[in-house]
Design a protein around this ligand. Structure first.
Ligand code: MLT
Length: 318
């Protein structure tokens, strides 16, 4: 089994691949354009944020399996892969706590203006009055949109900080996620509009899909209270960037964002997003999953999947 690992991967997991008798090439800085030139002769591609386009897939004659070392598969042209009979698998859940932790970090940063505090102090400015009013999390109404593993982990953390946590009721109540939600004291409201009208903070934890595209739009933002906080660490595609900027400018909405509609992937480069540069945004570089623990947990699963695939087990495709 010849494997191309095209994004950063823990050394211990690479060693495990070698121990398992797999031949791998480790090229962690591969850009989307380089990927097409490098894929020849490989059976398996392991990739994190580098885009895998239809054109790339077209060149990969021997490729049989693409593993996305994360949960979202929107960076991979799954339809093109399916057409060529190439399996595409993801690793959901393993990085959920890391993403929830970053979401919480963005919430605290917004509430207490931590980044601006730091910038002022670094410039030698002392302005205690400017930063002496904050809302705090205790008793705040936090709406969680999407109660998958990440949404739940965030909701549990918010509840532990004393927030009142709300989510949209789902039809299927008898699931593990519904039980965990009940255990964390999450209350349910009937729909997203109610959540938007009644919460001070809205945190989005949804995949990029047809029905989530630009969910954070003018209509929804018209319902949130002035000064509301929007958190999005899931996918940039969820946001109508112009509408969010308008809400920031007309009603003091602020946002903590880790994701943007047009990201340069793992390559170092420029980001064009006006949102990322807006003063009402504290933004990070799509680093939600980037903790040692999460990356190791994801890599453990990738190694396990490759082992199972080699043994002929059918992969769990997306
Ligand atoms: C995910 O889809 O799990 C994250 O976006 C992955 C990542 O950035 O590694």
């Amino acid at each position: 089994m010849r494997i191309l690992v095209a994004d950063a991967f823990p050394a211990a997991s690479l060693a495990e691949l070698a121990d398992g008798g797999h031949e791998y090439e480790y090229q962690p800085d591969t850009t989307a354009d380089q990927l097409a030139e490098r894929l020849t002769g490989y059976d398996v591609l392991v990739v994190r944020s580098t885009k895998v386009t239809a054109a790339t897939i077209e060149t990969a004659e021997s490729l049989r399996l693409i593993i996305r070392a994360g949960s979202g598969t929107n960076t991979i042209d799954c339809a093109a892969a399916a057409e060529r009979g190439i399996y595409v698998c993801n690793v959901p859940g393993r990085n959920a706590v890391a993403v929830a932790e970053l979401t919480f970090g963005l919430l605290l940063a917004l509430d207490r203006n931590i980044p601006d505090n730091v910038i002022d102090l670094r410039a030698g400015r002392w302005d205690k009055k400017r930063y002496s009013r904050a809302n705090g999390i205790l008793g705040r109404r936090i709406g969680v949109v999407g109660l998958g593993q990440i949404g739940l982990a965030f909701a549990e953390r918010a509840a532990a900080f004393g927030a009142k946590v709300y989510a949209v009721a789902k039809a299927e109540r008898d699931t593990e996620s519904a039980r965990r939600a009940a255990g964390a004291g999450i209350e349910f409201v009937s729909d997203l509009d109610e959540l938007a009208r009644t919460c001070d903070v809205l945190s989005f934890h949804l995949p990029a899909a047809e029905n989530t595209r630009q969910l954070i739009n003018r209509d929804l933002l018209a319902k949130v209270p002035a000064g509301a906080l929007i958190l999005n660490t899931s996918r940039g595609e969820l946001v109508d960037e112009d509408a969010l900027i308008e809400a920031m400018e007309t009603k003091g909405v602020r946002a903590g964002l880790d994701v943007y509609a047009d990201e340069p992937g793992t390559a170092t480069g420029q980001i064009e997003s006006r949102l990322a540069k807006h003063p009402n945004v504290y933004g990070t570089h799509h680093i939600g999953a980037s903790t040692e623990q999460a990356q190791q947990a994801v890599a453990d699963e990738v190694v396990r999947m490759i082992g199972a695939f080699t043994q002929g087990a059918p992969p769990h495709c997306v």
